[in-house]
Design a protein around this ligand. Structure first.
Ligand code: SAM
Length: 288
């Protein structure tokens, strides 16, 4: 990222403050102090955040910073921080910038030489991972899948061979369809977890195979309400190895007619093997 000048701005600072994902008491003491002491809070939805701020006796003035005004609002907020103001950025829930606004403001602040400091706390993806019992040493956060089924299926196809645990956000409107699409693209046997309404009254963390979870959620209207994190175990070594073997067979045929990069791309699309793994394998065999 290009910095506009190397001189640190005097005084002003941007604090990126995580707020609760349901239970209002999950605001850390440092987050509370930061919000109380800031000159201004930039909030995704000022009315939504009013309940949290009232609950914690925080009287700091709020301005709106959401996806529709972030670009213009960031210019003015950066100007204020350059003049010495400390500003706290919050979103409706959890950690700002994680499927939430804030990216443009953080980038603009850093580019202007304003110090940016995180005040960490709740994040639904990490909370779900911590309770899921799926491999947690390596994982990928995919955020929200596309809302239309064809685009969602296409996105899932590209993730079929992913060996790390996959984490998705999903809404109540699409949870049933998304689980069905996961079964269709990843197979029903993959281990998964559906974490719903974390830290709230009706919290449930269901585990099972994708086929079991899809049936369970589709058959119970209560399990379709609220907010969801869906976690899916990565493709097993067998799965990835089988895909790579199939990918190499297809690659060998295609590469007689096409340049290697094009052949690797198509073979990856057809078989679900990782394009990089195919490319590496073909490069290694051509060196033998
Ligand atoms: N910035 C937030 C974070 O740090 O997790 C995420 C914001 S994103 C707009 C909202 C999505 O996060 C919801 O649709 C849901 O998928 C997930 N989410 C948020 N709170 C949750 C909760 N209490 N339980 C389960 N999922 C939740």
């Amino acid at each position: 990222m290009a910095r506009q000048d190397d001189t640190p701005a005097a005084g002003g600072k941007l604090f990126v403050v995580a707020t609760p994902i349901g239970n209002l008491d999950d605001l850390s003491p440092r987050a509370r102090a930061t919000l109380s002491q800031a000159d201004l809070i930039a909030a995704e939805d000022t009315r939504h955040s009013a309940a949290l701020l009232r609950h914690h006796g925080i009287a700091t003035r709020c301005v709106a910073l959401h996806e529709h005004n972030e670009r213009e609002a960031s210019v003015e907020l950066v100007r204020r921080m350059q003049a010495g103001a400390s500003i706290a950025l919050i979103s409706d829930a959890g950690t700002p910038l994680v499927s939430d606004p804030g990216y443009r403001l953080v980038r603009a602040a850093r580019a202007a030489g304003v110090a940016v400091s995180p005040v960490p706390g709740a994040c639904a993806a990490i909370a779900a991972l911590s309770a899921a019992g799926l491999p947690s040493d390596r994982f990928v956060f995919e955020g929200f899948l596309p809302t239309k089924s064809a685009a969602r299926r296409a996105a899932l196809q590209t993730l079929r061979g992913e060996t790390r645990t996959l984490i998705f956000y999903e809404s109540s409107h699409r949870i049933v369809e998304t689980l069905q699409d996961l079964v269709a693209e990843f197979g029903g046997e993959r281990e998964a977890v559906v974490a719903r309404e974390l830290t709230k009254q009706f919290e449930t963390v269901l585990d099972g195979t994708l086929a079991q979870l899809s049936l369970r959620v589709a058959g119970d209207a209560d399990q379709q309400r609220g907010e969801f994190v869906v976690l899916v175990a990565g493709a097993g070594d067998d799965d990835a190895a089988a895909k790579l073997a199939a990918g190499r067979r297809v690659y060998t045929i295609l590469s007689t007619e096409l340049p290697p990069s094009r052949a690797a791309k198509l073979a990856a699309e057809i078989t679900g093997a990782s394009r990089k793994a195919l490319y590496d394998a073909s490069a290694a065999s051509s060196e033998e």
